[in-house]
Design a protein around this ligand. Sequence first.
Ligand code: SF4
Ligand code: SF4
Length: 633
Amino acid sequence: MNRNVKRTVLICCGPGCLSNQGMDVYEEFKTKILISGLDVDLRSAVETENACVTDTLHPGIKTDLETMVSPAVKATGCQGLCEMGPLVRIEPDSIFYTKVKVSDVTEIIEKTLMENRVVERLLYKDPVQGRKVRAREEAEFYKSQLKVALRNVGEIDPESLDDYIERDGYRALKIVLSQKTSEDVLSEIEKSGLRGRGGAGFPTGRKWRQCARTGNYPKYVICNGDEGDPGAFMDRSIMEGDPHSVIEGMIIGAYAVGSHEGFMYIRDEYFLAIQNMTKALEQARREGFLGKNILGSGFDFDIQIVRGGGAFVCGESTALMASIEGKVGEPRAKYIRSVEKGLWGKPTVLNNVETWANVPVIINKGADWFCSIGTERSKGTKVFSLVGKVRNTGLIEVPMGVTLRRIIFDIGGGIAGGRKFKAVQTGGPSGGCIPESLLDLKVDFDTLDEAGSMMGSGGMIVMDDRTCMVDVARYYLNFLSEESCGKCVPCREGIRRMLEILNDICEGRGRQGDIELLAELGETVREASLCGLGKTAPNPVLTTIKYFKDEYLAHIEDKTCPAGVCKNLTTYYIDKTLCKSCGLCKKNCPSEAIEEKLEGYFINLLKCIKCGSCMNACRFGAVKILAGIMRKL
Ligand code: SF4
Ligand code: SF4
């Protein structure tokens, strides 16, 4: 470590780390670095009263610069490994600390920043390699990733336009406005093979060209930031961590199709995304990247933010446009495409956050470079929020074509708690569940479709052997039945009827013929629904029937939930041959159902509420689930 090299302390303040006091860690670094006399090169130290604090409290502080260059402290967007947050990186020393608490900050400053020593206990222990790694790049979680849409997220201060510009920000826009015609841009995006990252995977260049071709004005461009999938936070992380990349992409898209007005539709609960986007738009206007006569090119374009109310269906393009127009967020039949008649009946291009963030890189590095990544029909990379029963949950970006196995077992570090993998759901609530036999499936738009699932916007939920697949299908159908706008009968009524059947199966009232009825209803809902919500809603049911039919049969015929999840169909008991009489289960039981007798520990079935706490607590695997319902043991 060289004391004369300018260091940067990057503190992750992405969604996961923020919920673990990431911002407190950031504030502590700022304060403690001031007190330690290392000085501090902060955005806020220039812009706010902190500048005065520096002068007032530490008049002699600058003398340290003779021996040490002051570190910069930055709050960044999501650095990815949410499971281990708050994350702190020190660059260029490539030191990566995990689970940093406010109380660790002084030690990091004293040991790492002042004495050039590593705080070993804060280094990340890679579950795949079974050792501690010093640099982020050494960890399996990061090794297989390729950051394109996320290139700046976690690397820059999202509130700093200078940071963005330092990393080629607005370079693509300058090239486009000074050297390229709109036809050049359309051709480049078409050639890149970029497909929309919002779900359907429609070719972006083709969509833009269709809009550019129409002679109807005005034209609009929209960014869909209404990420509604439970557990998904890809678009949120880009908007929070690198807002200018989305803005730059939208300006380039607007130039290509001939639009002068754009809308950014962000769900209202994404408070930080709205805040950072608002600030970025103001900065872009101030610097001449937005507004009239952008960079002296004669091209005018501006963007306004529209806050969405949080309805899942508003992620569907026509419902989103209705919502911007101030109408009820309901989809319409797409006899006429939005590129011809979209927002207020005018030609409109709508892409999601991740798609727009890819555009500047394609212009900067060229379509050939982008095409060199991915598979034949799915180019580039894809961002996923990897959640569920993996050791490393977080935000990842991988080249298209990487296998599910690599994502789950290398990047994700395998299944948490040493359990067995059971399924992975891709594509959000209306995605499908993929079984172990298909783990070597390549992740791209078409392969996932063929497997009965979909790419969706990038949610990826991993499930272990304690997951009941019938219950999973029921969970998602319940979500979707509540989120259906109710406009069309197949979706509104079909999903509800399917949900009723699933409730019956999970509660022990399943009947012969239920599986066939579910499959038939699912096909009808898929065929006859108006919009993407209804058309994809049956996916969780149809794929679980396809890949986990045995579980449905066990519920219906044997009145058993093999995973021990459906309470009416399970019985907990203690296997005496394995029990070591440690008493942990008894301590953890919330309903005092576990009794200690002379012969050992027993579960009182009359008191047991089947919560599973005893099973989780037992280190010897002595708590078991019995197939079926038992009255007495
Ligand atoms: S926790 Fe396990 S080993 Fe300990 S008493 Fe309960 S069942 Fe027996
Ligand atoms: S399943 Fe829950 S309620 Fe039943 S014995 Fe175990 S801890 Fe107690």
